[in-house]
Design a protein around this ligand. Structure first.
Ligand code: 6R9
Length: 644
């Protein structure tokens, strides 16, 4: 990767772009020098019921307290709906494209408003109140966006659980936040197959007494069990409800949603976002990073079960009055031209996807892309993991035909929205680099001791000061919030990522420096996979690491020590993979299982993952110092019996 590989700003884009390099420089300087004035002005992009007078009140020290716009009041759903009705009530808000290419629908702002009001009233009728948590376990259907906005409208806190998670994972995420209601569907559709959501939900709810109401959307008509007194049909309760609803006035710092994400230790954390700062950040970043102009068709291919779906399918685009496309399917069904056929069908202007999707489509060559027009495309985006330069160039040349800038957007569930990214009219691109921080974002690189590194350097990526979209706490466990993000390097938010900064001040994210694996852009904690494995009766001990994977970015490599007298067989290997799929979900299934009679441990019993990562990556000639191991012989065995 050489720094001379620079792709200049495209003149046609710059001519109409919202932000030029000069404007970016001015904004970035002001946001740091006078954050109060800068964010007071940007806050005006949101309709407040009571405008905030206190703008920023944040500290990364001690108990860590983050408040933005704290005396303002608003409603997030009203910002996504009501305020657009006068000007664009008949404009399409959501284009829904089904898994089956024959199925699509369009929902205008007025229709979406009505759907949300009906569900808001139905939730209220079911006894759901402001401050209650509602879990959403839905596929990529319009009802998912409606569910989020209906919760926001009544002041309930939504917690979306990705439809690919197992009953156990769903149950854990319900129990942690004691949600009172669940919104789900009979079945989901993906890649021509059906996903048994209600059956999974029933299984999960056996251990979730807090859930009093289950609202079930009928999507496939598949047979499901409805439990009397608990389960109601979505279509019945919304048809019975009034289409009018007054949004509940929320404080800027009232919770908007919880989203569970994997960390390096323990169970997934409930990342908590609040209302005012998140909405400002979602709107600000969506408008500027995608250079969104009114009337454009915008498509983010993420699932609403991840943060990207929250901020860049629902809240950001709808706050900005955009037309947002929701896609139920997968990139390779029915064929690998699907993405580009959808682009042509709906004349998509802005397309935002993940490197893993690009890499998997690259395998099928250029033909499935080239047979489509794609001439509506103007801007391409990437998110979820570092994009390797080969994939970047393919995306640029084959998909964008060198016309479309690629915004490589770096951010996290915790950050609420994009923090480091090019702006189409302002930033010359370097393939593989997320380039520069957005205005108001202050990245710093520090060494292992927390000493700030200046100039061209590489280190741990931290952020020095708060931005409005930042998470506020770990739901129900503020101590864990402080411990996870603010204790490694005092006074700084630690991202868990490593990064390099080049001579132009551009950031190159190098990947996680903690025990988190990024599989196809999805975060997986090694500890979670390990605890699923050891829960199997045949497993005594397990250690899980990531390894380089051509398509997924990283794959999951598990070292498994069996209990005495259990024979390592091919059947058992398959059984363990199936077991993890069932315990957590398909995304957690190990790609490789290596039988390990012993694991490399220090004398104090700590597993030396550094060595396990090297073996998994087949870099066995650079294992480094093994002299602190309790039994160095273990390593010799693991190297000679390397799997895969
Ligand atoms: C939005 C999202 C966050 C982790 C993050 C980093 C990786 C995301 C990236 C990227 C390099 C990018 N990541 N975007 N790495 N370049 N453009 O993905 O949130 O699921 O919480 O994952 O993903 O490692 O720390 P989340």
């Amino acid at each position: 990767m050489s720094d001379v590989d620079i792709v200049p700003i495209k003149a046609e884009i710059a001519a109409h772009a919202l932000i030029s390099r000069e404007k970016y420089d001015l904004m970035a300087a002001q946001a740091v020098a006078e954050p109060e004035a800068f964010w007071a002005k940007e806050a005006k992009r949101i309709d407040w019921i009571k405008a905030p007078t206190k703008i920023k009140n944040t500290s990364f020290h001690g108990d860590v307290s983050i408040k933005w716009f704290e005396d303002g009041t608003l409603n997030a759903a009203a910002n996504c709906l009501d305020r657009h009705l006068a000007e664009r009530g008949d404009q399409v808000a959501i284009i829904w494209e089904g898994d089956d290419p024959g199925m699509s629908t369009k929902v205008t702002y007025r229709e979406l408003h009505e759907k949300v009001c009906r569900l808001a009233n139905a939730l209220t009728a079911q006894g759901v109140k402001k401050g209650d948590v509602v879990t959403v376990y839905l596929p990529m259907v319009v009802e998912a966006a409606v569910a989020l906005l209906a919760c926001a409208r009544i002041g309930a806190v939504h917690s979306v659980v990705f439809g690919g998670f197992s009953p156990d994972s769903l149950a854990n995420r319900i129990q942690d936040c004691n949600s009172v209601a669940l919104i789900t569907a009979d079945e989901g559709r993906r890649g021509g197959r059906k996903v048994a959501l209600k059956t999974n939900a029933d299984e999960a709810l056996k251990t979730c007494p807090s859930v009093k109401t289950v609202i079930v959307a009928q999507l496939t008509g598949g047979k499901v069990d409805m439990q009397h007194g608990r389960d109601v049909w979505y279509h019945e309760v919304t048809e019975a409800a009034s289409p009018k609803h007054t949004p509940v006035e929320m404080n800027a710092e009232d919770p908007l949603f919880i989203l569970y994400t994997s960390g390096s230790t323990g169970k997934p954390k409930g990342v908590l976002h609040t209302t005012g700062g998140y909405m400002v950040w979602a709107s600000f970043t969506h408008q500027y990073v995608f250079d969104y102009h009114p009337g454009e068709i915008y498509w983010c291919t993420a699932d609403v079960g991840w943060v990207t779906g929250h901020t860049y399918i629902v809240y950001g685009p709808l706050a900005n009055g955009a037309t947002t496309l929701m896609f139920e399917g997968v990139p390779n069904y029915p064929t690998t031209s699907r993405f580009w056929e959808v682009v042509d069908k709906h004349k998509v202007n802005i397309f935002y996807t993940a490197p893993t999707a690009i890499r998997s489509l690259m395998r099928d060559g250029e033909e499935p892309v080239k047979k489509t027009s794609r001439k509506s495309l103007r801007i391409l985006g990437s998110v979820g993991e570092p994009i390797n330069p080969e994939a970047w160039h393919w995306y640029d040349r084959v998909v964008g035909e060198h016309r479309c800038p690629i915004v490589d957007t770096w951010w996290q569930t915790e950050t609420g929205g994009i923090l480091i990214s090019p702006l189409p009219g302002a930033t010359a691109l370097k393939p593989g680099s997320a380039t520069l921080p957005l205005p108001g974002v202050r990245p710093v690189l520090v060494d292992g001791e927390g000493k700030e590194l200046h100039g061209e350097t590489e280190g741990n990526l931290c952020i020095a000061d708060s931005w409005p979209g930042q998470m506020r706490t770990v739901y129900g466990d503020h101590a864990r919030f402080v411990q996870t993000y603010f204790s490694t390097f005092k006074g700084l938010y630690f991202t868990g990522d490593g990064a390099r900064r080049d001579a132009d001040g551009y950031y190159w994210i190098t990947g996680r420096v903690d025990d988190v694996i990024n599989v196809s852009g999805h975060r997986m904690g090694t500890a979670e996979v390990e605890s699923a494995l050891v829960a199997h009766e045949a497993v005594a001990e397990a250690a899980v690491v990531g390894f380089p994977h051509d398509i997924k970015g990283q794959g999951i490599y598990a070292y498994v020590t069996l209990v005495a007298d259990v024979e390592p067989t091919e059947a058992l290997r398959k059984e363990l993979i199936t077991w993890v799929r069932k315990e957590i979900g398909p995304i957690a299934a190990p790609d490789v299982i290596q039988w390990a009679p012993g694991l490399p441990k220090t004398r104090s019993g700590k597993i030396m993952r550094r060595i396990l990562r090297k073996i998994a990556a087949n870099e066995t000639d650079s294992l480094g110092d093994t002299s602190t191991l309790a039994d160095p012989g273990v390593v010799t065995d693991l190297v000679s019996n390397r799997a895969g």
